[in-house]
Each structure stands twice: as C-alpha cells, then as structure tokens.
Ligand binder design. Structure first.
Ligand code: SF4
Length: 360
C-alpha cells in the first residue's frame, strides 16, 4: 500500500506509532515543508513552551590512540604514531578545572580505544571530577571505550558500568552509534564491536540507572532503509528502560578521513532537516531532539529549531574530533543565546539531564 501524507498526519495526531514503511516515506518522499510542519506539531505537543535549551559544555580528549581504525575517523592515531598522545589523569583534571572555572557544567569526554590504559585510569578520572568539581557532570566514554575497558580489565560490560557508576558517573554520551545496521558497520568500522554491542552497552547502562544519548552519523554509505533500522533499534531500546535523554543526529564530515575518496562532500541542510524531522516523528518515545549549530553550521541550526528540535546542544568550548576533519565552528554562551532568540525562541540553560538551570 502506498503511504500518503494525510494518513501519516492522521496517525500522528492520534498518537499512533509509525511503521517502517511510513518511516521510509518520511525519509524519501514526504515534502520537506510538510515534514517540518508535522515535526513542529509534535514538538509543541511535547514541549508547548517556546523554550530552546542548551548546555554549557566542553569536549576534551584524553587520548587519540586507537586500535579500531574506523574509515570515517580523522581523529585517531595508531599506537606508536608520532602524533599519538595520552594525557595523565592529573593533566585532564587540571584541564577540566579550567573549564569549570569558566562555568562549564558538562564535560563530554571521549577518546580512542587505547589498549595501554588500565581500567583504574577511567575510574580515577570520574572520581577526581566528582571530588574536585561538584558542579561538573562527567559525561564520559563512548560504547567502544566501555568495551575497551571490559577487554583490559576482564570484567563484563555490566561490571564495568557498575564500577563507573559507583565512582560517580551518571550519564554516557552516545558517540559511536554511526548507523546501527550491520551492513553499514561492515563498510565503515569493521573492527568496532558488532552493531548490537553499542545497543548492549546502552541497554546495560540504562538497566542500572545510567542515562545516555542516542546519536546517528549519516551521509556516507547508508540507505534510507538503514536509517529506519537505526531509528527502530533505538526506539525499541527506549521502550525497555526509557534511558535515552535525547537523540542527536549529525552529518558525516569526510575531510582527512579514508572515506573521503568515496564520499567527497558532506550532506547538506535539506537532508539534515529531513533527518531531524523524521526522527522527531518516528522516535515517539524520545523527549528531546537536538539541533546542532556545531555540526551543521549556525544558520542551519537555527532553521532546525523549526523542524522539530527543542534543544541546541552545547557550547562545546573545546572540540577536536570534528575539527580534525577541517570542519570548524565555535561559539560562546552569549552567542548561543542570541542565535536561539533570533530563531524566535527563549534560550534556557540546562544540565546534562535536561533540567532547566536558568531561563534567559
Ligand atoms: S571513531 Fe572512535 S573507535 Fe573509531 S577510529 Fe576514531 S577514535 Fe577509534
């Protein structure tokens, strides 16, 4: 049966869940302006106030050493490379202290999967942040790093996560999901754990009360079917524990990555708006959809606030992973407030867990 816009609209208005075919319709055929309108209806149903949240955060890296070799990554260096680095716990704590002094409340820290680092390194970092900087949330480690900790320590994923939680961790970032489809993973990150392992890490985390974000990096080798498979996987996991705080999509940046030969350009604003609106409609159990000034540019970020997003991400004072691809954007807390206001919304600062700290 051919999917029609009217039938999708009716289903959404009566709060019925969309099917795979309807998801494909949103990604392939739905007129972009209609899609935006539907996504905004849904956004206003969930968040009636015209408030757009943001977090004051930074994104430092403790090591760029990695043995996973993803073809879309310009950030990592192999063990022994002359540009490889690993910072000590003390160096990272001092750096985090300088950010805390500037008002940062979330530190989103990820790095390579470095086989030389013992599990205690990670625990000491979490404990150190909690002890020295009580206003900072350590939003640390992607699923691949958690798997790396399990490998070096001989512990299960659950044991690793319980120890991180006992050390003071409450949330995990969603990095490394890319597209949760085995066919895509085999093409772009063949050594990274199988697709179910990203889901497994987040499932185990949610089961013990940790919260996390779900991400998606599109615009490389995936098909619309792969994107719906990704949506389906995270929607099903959200049904289990409700542990995801938000969904954060961004487009792949090919600069300086091995994949640049096959994909020389990054996906543009139209595709971004479509992804964002489709996710708002398909992910009916996610409260927050994040627009990114950082990965798509400030103007596209503003438009995205009219395509279903209710959050504008973070200030990202330091960021090196996207920057390694040559795609560089910077902002300040003041500028974020202006951008959000200019787009027609009231800016509000939030915590890692989306609690409002201050409305401006
Ligand atoms: S994306 Fe992460 S896991 Fe993959 S190579 Fe880069 S640092 Fe390593």
């Amino acid at each position: 049966m051919t999917v029609k816009l009217d039938s999708v609209r009716e289903k959404l208005r009566s709060q019925q869940r969309l099917t795979t075919e309807e998801g494909l319709f949103l990604l392939r055929d739905a007129p972009l302006l209609d899609l935006g309108q539907l996504a905004m209806e849904e956004r206003r149903r969930r968040h009636p106030a015209s408030v757009v949240t943001f977090v004051v955060d930074t994104n430092p890296n403790y090591t760029n050493v990695c043995n996973v070799d993803c073809t879309f990554c310009a950030f990592y260096r192999s063990p022994g490379d002359k540009e490889a680095y690993t910072h000590s716990v003390e160096e990272m704590l001092e750096r985090i202290g300088r950010s805390a002094a500037k008002g940062v409340t979330t530190v989103l820290m990820q790095g390579g999967v470095n086989p030389e680092l013992p599990f205690d390194y990670y625990l000491d970092l979490v404990r150190g942040v909690r002890e020295r900087y009580p206003d900072v949330t350590p939003h640390f480690w992607s699923a691949a790093e958690i798997e790396g900790m399990a490998a070096v320590s001989g512990l299960t994923l659950q044991e690793v996560l319980v120890q991180l939680k006992d050390a003071g961790q409450t949330t995990l970032p969603g990095g490394g999901a890319e597209i949760l489809s085995e066919s895509v993973r085999k093409k772009i990150s063949h050594k990274k754990g199988v697709t179910h392992s990203w889901l497994e890490v987040h499932r185990e985390a949610h089961a013990i009360g940790l919260r996390s974000t779900a991400t998606m990096m599109y615009g490389h080798v995936e098909t619309p079917e792969d994107v719906v498979e990704h949506f389906e996987a995270i929607r099903a996991l959200q049904d289990e524990h409700g542990g995801f705080t938000a969904f954060v999509p961004w487009s792949f940046k090919p600069g300086n990555t091995p994949l640049v030969k096959k994909i020389p350009r990054h996906a543009g604003p139209n595709q971004y708006l479509r992804m964002l609106a489709a996710s708002r409609l398909y992910l009916d159990n996610f409260d927050h959809i994040q627009a990114s000034w950082f990965s798509e540019g400030k103007k596209t970020g503003q438009v995205a606030l009219h395509w279903g997003a209710d959050d504008f991400g973070g200030t990202l004072f330091e960021e090196n992973v996207h920057a390694a691809t040559g795609f560089i954007n910077q902002t300040s807390t003041e500028e974020l407030k202006i951008i959000i206001r200019e787009a027609g919304f009231t800016p509000a600062q939030r915590t890692t867990l989306y609690e409002i700290l201050k409305v401006f």
